[in-house]
Design a protein around this ligand. Structure first.
Ligand SMILES: *Cc1c(COP(=O)(O)O)cnc(C)c1O
Length: 457
């Protein structure tokens, strides 16, 4: 049960001392502090002002098994008592770490049998960055240093994460990207491709990668990295032929294929991995978030045998973190995966709740403000437009309608995110069909409430 917090005092201290992630500090100050989330259960979060909010975002794309899992708390407490910490620097490792590595390898069908642990998704991609360049050097092709990524990709907030990512607002802060990262267009059909069929557009976007490889010189390209579907970029689901074509191009030029599975992994698409949904076989995957359902900070980078065989020729790979393979985080992640298996959450997402969400979202298509709805498994989006035919946005540019509708959703009891003018959702994989109905009716209500404000604005 929640403790009796002094919420007003917490808000005062928040403004005085706490700097939140990815925020406008001045705005938080003017609001008198952030919303204080005190506790959660199942698919609901509760705040200090007495609101119960349906968590349409699974925390931050991560609480796949839902809140309030006593067995995850128990397994953490047991592991803390037995061994709260030990490192993997000293030719040492802990039991949960080894068992989790085997478990993840198995979930890749042992195609990516080697697992490097980190504490966050950003770090998992930093590991990719260093490991890939080191690999090519050892392989006798040291010129292969360039990463190709997409504009509007999200790969984290560290220097390498931001550089690999394609968020220009993030690049502007910190003089990024670092040299050796090239960005190409994203497969965002609704915004950039509606003058052609999704299939034609998929080929155009894949061809942009080949053009970039030829421009940079194939002998200089190390890897292509992409999220199977872009999450933070606005739940951008590529045309079905895009990824197979990307893989074909990477193989043609001998370039490594890296999938950032930080959101798509662990059941989100109704498969264990997003790359399965997209029909490709990467050489490396980065994972985090759903790996522990957010109960502990942990991430992993899964690597092919071919790459590790080359790394074995190089002596020490001088990379790794204090918290690489943290035993408590590993124990929690292992149990989290066991819960997903025991409760058949992947099958349920693929066969029941995922298709149900797609149908429920489609009922919004008749709304005058809705340009498109889309989803895969339990991740979806609603595009808000001023003109359904042209796709024109309110106010002539993106960014007016999205925040307004998002705020109205939250006020009416649903946590969603507004990315530009796209409302995105990514609920816990335990969500019921009744809760999906509730989610969609709150979005419809928010659209109805926003319509008069937007059309007179
Ligand atoms: C969240 C996210 C990251 C970064 O993970 P952090 O744990 O925040 O560092 C990287 N890639 C993708 C696709 C993500 O969604």
């Amino acid at each position: 049960m929640p403790r009796n917090y002094d919420i007003a005092e917490l808000k005062r201290l928040d403004v005085a001392h706490h700097l939140p992630a990815q925020q406008d500090y001045k705005l938080i100050e003017s609001m008198g502090g952030s919303r204080i989330v005190t506790h959660a259960e199942g698919c609901y979060i509760f705040d200090g002002d007495g609101n119960r909010i349906l968590d349409g975002m699974a925390g931050l794309w991560c609480v796949n098994v839902g809140y309030g899992r006593d067995e995850l708390a128990d397994v953490a407490a047991e592991q803390m008592r037995e061994l709260p910490f030990y490192n993997t620097f000293f030719k040492t490792v802990t039991p949960p770490t080894v068992l989790l590595a085997e478990k993840i390898a198995k979930l890749t069908g042992y195609r990516l049998p080697h697992i490097f642990f980190n504490a966050s998704g950003s770090e998992a991609n930093d590991t990719v960055f260093r490991m890939v360049r080191h690999y090519w050097k050892l392989k006798g092709q040291p010129k292969r240093t360039v990463f190709i990524s997409r504009w509007n990709a999200y790969h984290g907030s560290t220097v390498a994460g931001v550089s690999l990512g394609g968020m220009t607002s993030m690049h502007e802060q910190g003089n990024l990207p670092v040299p050796g990262v090239e960005h190409v267009r994203q497969p965002y059909w609704f915004n950039e491709g509606r003058d052609m069929s999704p299939e034609a557009f998929g080929l155009v976007c894949a061809k942009a990668i080949e053009d970039k490889i030829l421009e940079v010189g194939p002998e200089n390209v190390a890897a292509f990295i992409g999220e199977p579907l872009q999450g933070a970029g606005g739940v951008i689901i590529p045309p079905a032929n895009y990824w197979p074509e990307v893989e074909r191009i990477c193989r043609k030029y001998g370039i490594l294929l890296v999938c950032d599975e930080v959101i798509c992994g662990f059941g989100r698409t109704g498969n264990w991995w997003g790359h399965e949904a997209m029909g490709v076989s990467p050489d490396i995957i980065a994972m985090a978030k759903g790996l522990s359902s957010g109960y502990m900070p942990i991430s992993a980078t899964a690597v092919s045998k071919e790459i590790v065989d080359v790394l074995k020729t190089g002596g020490d790979f001088v990379h790794g973190f204090t918290y690489s393979g943290h035993p408590v985080a590993a124990a929690v992640a292992l149990r989290n995966i066991e819960i997903m298996e025991r409760e058949h959450l992947i099958e349920r997402t693929r066969n029941e709740t995922g298709p149900y969400l797609a149908k429920a979202l489609a009922t919004l298509n008749d709304h005058p403000l809705v340009g498109e709805t889309r989803s895969v498994g339990l991740i979806g989006a609603v595009e808000i437009v001023a003109d359904k035919v042209s796709g024109a946005r309110f106010g002539g540019a993106e960014g007016t309608a999205g925040p307004m509708v998002r705020d109205l959703c939250i006020e009416n009891g649903l946590m969603v995110r507004g990315i530009r003018d796209t409302i995105v959702m990514c609920p816990p994989l335990i969500i019921t069909t009744e809760q999906i109905d509730a989610m969609i009716s709150i979005i419809r209500l928010a659209l109805d409430l926003a319509a008069p404000k937007l059309t007179t604005a």
